[in-house]
Design a protein around this ligand. Structure first.
Ligand code: PLZ
Length: 464
């Protein structure tokens, strides 16, 4: 795929010129320690200088293979040409007027693109915001205004943000919520169909988890009190969990039957990441509202709520907004990113990345018994690490050791999951096959160095 990454000014090759972190990164880290709040931690100890294609170059000149896309954002790669062209033109015309004061065309164009690309043939409208969390909060506001109900239902392992309401919606305590309560009321959490860990096996997870979730909502909350059900079609931060087949359609049906607004949080899974414009398309789900951010704007801060016009219009005039929401430079970035996704057919590219990654990771799972599960779709793939394949006891230490060892070899890999034991692969979709292959060779080397064992005597990895 040299055609894709060839567009980047950054040479598409791994290069290590210092030990990691290098001297410049170490100096910057000391300055950060003095002036940046400790709560703002960094997953990796290297500072970026430039990035493009599948490479992040650090301030010491090391070139690292990027399997994280800055938390799943740079679907089209860093500094993608169309993004830079459009945002540069916009920035030299005007950088801000506030859409709620003096509107501009770019915002409307993004809303039109969202109406075209999101699932469903119904009339759609959008509102734009700055961050994923802000989009989710506004989806809740809109659903409450429309239904005149208050309760919000979310799922085990879900992640929706770090603001007060979205902390309440997020499942995991550490690091997202710990010590930051009290949290917003009227939030209820129910089970999700986590195939790999479902007690009666992945084949039963879909219907059983749906039945449990629906029973809990009906008995503990009351369906008629529920404004919104919010779910990630692939649960990213929770560990790249694909709800087992049948789960999403059952929950969608339940929402329809009870006048509940079904919100797909596609902030991480949207915009070609899973090989579809939106991950919920894989099971033919048409959400009432969909929240987007991350991939939407090639790295610029932009987020959206898009959905049925009659629901979106339920909030009174002036009820939705914010100073910067739908900033013109960010909108220009989004139009450039969407143009790139279409031009390079990044949905097809995501599927090809899945084929490459899964083949290699499944082969590694046969050799290394620390790998309990390989899962995900498109360029959103993960391996779950366990101490023992029978008990499936999570192995978070192996995950952090592995990501640290990969970093030393020049590969940026992120750890995630409720149990901190999932290594995820979220590369920019414009990464070259050569870089992907190389990163997997290096991952294999790291697994060997860490003595992760052979799977010859262990039961085979379970498909989930
Ligand atoms: N919904 C599904 O994945 C952001 C956050 C990582 P913001 N995920 C990465 C971290 O440590 O903060 C996310 C998401 C889903 C909502 C959000 C929130 O998006 O743009 O970070 O607010």
């Amino acid at each position: 795929m040299t055609v894709l990454s060839g567009a980047s000014a950054v040479p598409q090759e791994r290069r290590l010129v210092t030990a990691l972190p290098g001297p410049r990164s170490r100096k910057l880290m000391a300055r950060k320690k003095n002036t940046v709040a400790d709560g703002v931690a960094t997953a990796l100890p290297v500072f970026a200088a430039r990035a493009g294609g599948g490479i992040v170059e650090d301030v010491d000149g090391n070139r690292l293979i990027d399997l994280g896309s800055g938390l799943g954002v740079t679907v089209v790669g860093n500094a993608a040409q169309a993004v830079v062209r459009r945002l540069t033109a916009q920035a030299s015309s005007f950088t801000h007027t506030a859409f709620s004061v003096t509107p501009y065309e770019g915002y409307v164009e993004v809303a039109e693109a969202l109406a075209e690309l999101t699932p469903g043939e119904h009339a759609k409208k959008s509102a734009l915001f700055n961050s994923g969390a802000e989009a989710v909060e506004n989806a809740v506001k809109i659903a409450r205004a429309y239904t005149k109900r208050q309760a919000v239902v979310v799922f085990d392992h879900g992640y929706h943000g770090r603001t007060n309401l979205t902390m309440a919606l997020t499942a995991k305590n550490m690091p997202y919520k710990h010590g930051f309560g009290p949290f917003a009321p009227e939030v209820y959490r129910v089970p999700v169909a986590y195939g790999y860990r479902w007690p009666t096996g992945p084949q039963n997870a879909g219907p059983e988890a749906a039945a449990q979730a629906i029973d809990q909502i009906s008995k503990q909350v009351g369906a008629d009190n529920v404004a919104a059900i919010i779910i990630e079609p692939v649960l990213g931060e929770g560990g790249v969990i694909e709800p087992a087949k049948g789960f999403l359609p059952a929950i969608r049906r339940f929402a329809t039957d009870h006048g509940i607004v079904f919100v797909a949080d596609e902030i991480q899974s949207g915009f070609c990441r899973t090989g579809q414009w939106f991950a919920c398309e894989d099971e033919g789900i048409v959400p009432d509202l969909i929240t987007t951010a991350k991939g939407i704007a090639g790295g610029l801060p932009l987020a959206a709520v898009t959905g049925r016009a009659e629901i979106m219009d339920a909030a009174h005039a002036g009820g939705l907004g914010g100073t910067y929401g739908g900033n013109p430079v960010a909108c220009a970035g989004a139009l450039g990113a969407i143009e790139t996704m279409k031009e390079l057919d990044l949905n097809t590219r995501a599927k090809a990345i899945e084929t490459t990654l899964k083949a290699r990771l499944l082969a590694l799972a046969d050799k290394f018994d620390v790998i309990g599960d390989v899962r995900g779709r498109g360029a959103m793939i993960a391996v779950e690490l366990v101490k023992d394949r029978e008990t499936k006891e999570p192995d978070p230490r192996a995950a952090s050791a592995l990501s640290a060892a990969c970093l030393q070899k020049g590969v940026l890999l992120l750890v995630t999951g409720t149990y901190g034991n999932v290594i995820r692969f979220l590369p920019p979709l414009v990464i070259g096959d050569d870089l992907l292959d190389e990163s997997l060779d290096l991952l294999q080397e790291a697994l060997e160095q860490l003595g992760c064992g052979t799977g010859e005597t262990s039961p085979r990895r379970e498909a989930s």
